[in-house]
Design a protein. Sequence first.
Length: 247
Amino acid sequence: MLFNKIALLFTAGLAVAAPTENVERGTIERRAQEISHDTVRSIGESLPNDATGRTMKRFQPYINTEGAGCWPYPAVDTDGNWSGGLNPSGSQGGGCTNSVGQAYVRGGWYNGIYALMYAWYFPKDQSAVGGGHRHDWEAAVIWVNNPAVANPTIVGASISGHGDFDNSRTVPSFFDGHPLCRYYVDVAVFGTHRIGWTSNVGGIHSLVNWESLSAAARSSLESVNWGSANFPLAGNFQSNLQKAYPL
């Protein structure tokens, strides 16, 4: 009888520990999980230590939330924990205008020119009348002739909105060499948010290159169900470059 009680207690202890911890090679690894949008820790800036990394930083856009709406927030932390986002209710910027932010970047060649795709995460995308969706991802693409030369030249620019891109050959406004973007509602009352160009200077956030992210962070960005939004720098990167190609 005593043996049976001990066995039951031992089995119960394993059942409690298993969902939250993995024991592997003598170490305990915590599993990533969904956490509140305002508790996700921003990842420190991490870019290639070469000319391409300097070009990524040189052309990182400033982004300004114009009108009501969320600020950019970190989507994941280095451990892979991800944002639970916000339900689109209350005010358009309710609960999401107090963050140090985060920006993500990935570079790649497409049709002979080099794309710098910058992405931002917003906990919700809400219209003035309350419609919309939990989670939003938006992007801007700055196209350059070559990121490895001393003075890269911008040859095109693209901004995302509602699953597509608007493309042009120029950036309308700069501040200290950085393009100026805005996050705004493009249709009054019923519209939701997208990226646009602006002459107003917004914020510039800690920038993380896709390849520099931890394996846990990349895994969450790729595999988490972001609802109506899509993280643009993962497996869909090439198809997004095709949509954003400006020439």
